[in-house]
Design a protein around this ligand. Sequence first.
Ligand code: ZN
Length: 199
Amino acid sequence: MSKPKIVQAGSLVLRAAAAPVPPSEITSRDMKQVVKKMVEVMRAAPGVGLAAPQIGVGLQVIVLEDDNSRMARLTKEQREERGRAPFPLTVVFNPTLRTVGEGRATFFEGCLSVAGYMALVERHLAVELSGYDEKGEPFSREVRGWPARILQHEVDHLAGTLYIDRMISRTFCCNDEMGARWLDTPVAEVLQAFGVTRA
Ligand code: ZN
């Protein structure tokens, strides 16, 4: 089976605001199909998150999941620094985020819809996620560390925003360069090397 197609930057579905899903329709057959496809596409990529517009569906649905295989290239220290820990498959309809605390962190981030590149992006360290689960039940929970970054990235997709709109643009890298030179370099050194001056 070939890899499923992921909508790439340039397609307007990635730049449109996605529509909320009426809670009464969350458990419908159609929605189950959308979620099933999103999970398949995310796992096949592989990625740690996906928003419905990335499979061409303009609805407010996101999925996220992280496990040891997807963070295999990171050392124990790098995982701790990023707050990266396994996160079970989570499906959220109509997600909204509220920032928790003042903490922010800057790390390299990529997107399956901007294939082949990464850049440093500053994100909030902790967010409160509200939305509906797969059963159509409303819920709210606090999320910290890397999963909080994934959530901010995916919820941005639903507003038609890509990480390239938020990145520190001088640090934009091809994946090959990123892996060869910058993956193990402390962020402060990367910023200096790319000539980024920050207030
Ligand atoms: Zn993305």
